[in-house]
Design a protein around this ligand. Sequence first.
Ligand code: GDP
Ligand code: MG
Length: 247
Amino acid sequence: MSPRILVVVPTYNERENIAPLLAELLALPFDLDVWVADDGSPDGTADAVRAEMARYPGRVDLVLGPHKRGRGAAVIDSFRRGLADPKHYDVLFEMDADFSHHPREIPKFVDKLQSCDMVIGSRYIPGGSTSEWGAARPLLSGLANMYVQLVAGVPIKDTTSGYRAYKRTVLEETEFERIKISGYVVHGEMAYQAWVHGFRLGEVPIHFKNRARDASKLTFEEVYMAVLNFALLRFRYGFRPRRRPPA
Ligand SMILES: Nc1nc2c(ncn2[C@@H]2O[C@H](COP(=O)(O)OP(=O)(O)O)[C@@H](O)[C@H]2O)c(=O)[nH]1
Ligand SMILES: [Mg+2]
């Protein structure tokens, strides 16, 4: 049986990208809806989404945030609502709107979910790749991943990747209210929670296409908070995965 899928796409000034992205996602051979989590983008992304909602009735929705909340908070808010939705989605995805994460990779995630509860699109396993121009970002992301593996022990090569699929049970047990890390590295904490709850984590290789204008937006405070919080993850959530009853 094919799962009911909800894809959450956070947007901030993605007017140009959102219609083409929706077209590619909705053409996939899955029972799949898309919710765009927009934080009042000044470029009018929400209007572009409304136009697409009319084109694909019932398959696209707009979740408007009260202000610019950051990617992590926007996605978590939509996940909460997605779990409560009467459509009872079996699988929830998150992905960027700027085609850094390509819709054509979605079937790989769906396959992998047959043997895993949470699947991460990975740049750092065989078959994965990135098109990054600067040196700073790959270096930072590589260091962040090494650090997470070292201090948290999650057996994942790309914990910072924001292209992911979760079975709903994983999100139902995720303690969103405990997440302290904001920004770029919230994904590490979500992966740690899933792992420590005893869920099966998997990775599929993806190609990550960076957009030209991207410089790293990491602030010193974000880095510092991340380093500190990751070191504390084990103490906050436990050291070893809990045993789960077989699914
Ligand atoms: N809702 C929402 N989305 C955001 C926010 N900041 C970034 N995004 C979206 O999150 C995704 C990743 O952001 P991007 O600027 O491409 O970051 P990067 O590629 O990781 O450096 C894109 O789809 C953005 O539009 C925000 O504050 N709120
Ligand atoms: Mg991007």
